[in-house]
Design a protein around this ligand. Structure first.
Ligand code: NDP
Length: 254
């Protein structure tokens, strides 16, 4: 996924400056060899930490000597740091999604997508909630739910689930695409991981209906704040980070 227009550098630079920490956060677009080199720099102390986005989250998981419980369940790591000479990995997408889901209580969840973000959403939804997963590639949804395990149903793509919290874990909306017909109309709330230069159609529609809604920038800031706290050990300046994220001109990957 291209990171050239990522909002993460501006968010983290603002956070470092606000906390008086000398340092920088840069976006690097890397292939497998570049990823291995970044891991080497983390191990030898040339880098203090890293975020990882698609397609390297599973590779990052494989590089870690230790991972947190969320990363272990999701099978993916988005945050790396050197701990005692080895790589430790976290999945702060799960933490961000868990925080976003918390105010919704124990209602049913309909997760759209079958990639890394959907895996994070399944892990974050775990507990009392009933989980349904729908993807345009049904076999991918079956494979994902089987890999993570637990009681979940795979729905046909586009099937509305009355009252469910819809978690959009697809890129639909980044370029103005709507969610499949009827899904949002039946929903009890929306958590949209997709974000773009403008509000996504799903977020606009959910808000206009008065549905409780969490947009992709809110999640982006939340996962970044959790990463910042892992690296620095101090509370993240979330307000400043959110202003930086929303001010960025263009954005693609976290
Ligand atoms: P993946 O590539 O791992 O998975 C994407 C999923 O979406 C796949 O199931 C894919 O299906 C499906 N999909 C892609 N295009 C369409 C389409 N046009 N219609 C229906 N389904 C589609 O990506 P991630 O899971 O890592 O990320 C998903 C989205 O979430 C991205 O837009 C990403 O930027 C965003 N994200 C946002 C975060 C945030 O903090 N706001 C954090 C993490 C992710 P198929 O396999 O058939 O292509």
């Amino acid at each position: 996924m291209p990171v050239t227009h990522s909002r993460s550098p501006s968010m983290h630079r603002v956070a470092l400056a606000a906390c008086g920490i000398a340092g920088d956060y840069e976006a690097r677009e890397v292939d497998a060899a570049g990823f291995a080199e970044a891991c080497r720099q983390l191990r030898n102390g040339d880098l203090d930490g890293a975020n990882v986005t698609m397609p390297h989250k599973e590779r990052a998981f494989g590089e870690c000597a230790v991972v947190d419980a969320d990363a272990a369940l999701a099978g993916a790591v988005n945050t790396l740091a050197n701990r005692d000479g080895g790589l430790t990995g976290w999945n702060t997408d799960v933490a961000a999604l868990r925080s976003a889901l918390f105010p919704f209580g124990s209602g049913e969840v309909l997760i759209l997508g079958a990639g890394g973000a959907a895996a994070a959403a399944i892990v974050a939804s775990g507990g009392e909630r009933e989980i349904r997963v729908a993807a345009r590639n049904r076999e991918a949804a079956v494979a994902l739910t089987t890999r993570i395990g637990g009681a979940m149903r795979v729905e046909v793509w586009g099937t509305p689930v009355a009252g469910a919290i819809v978690v959009n874990a697809t890129p639909l909306g980044m370029h103005g695409e709507a969610l499949p017909g009827g899904v949002l109309e039946a929903a009890g709330g929306l958590i949209d991981l997709a974000y773009g230069p403008a509000e996504t159609p799903a977020v606009a529609s959910a808000r206009s209906r008065g549905l409780p809604t969490v947009d992709g920038i809110t999640l982006l800031v939340s996962q970044a704040a959790a990463s910042f706290e892992i690296w620095t050990g101090i509370p993240a300046p979330i307000g400043a980070m959110e202003r930086a994220a929303r001010a960025a001109e263009t954005l693609k990957a976290p």
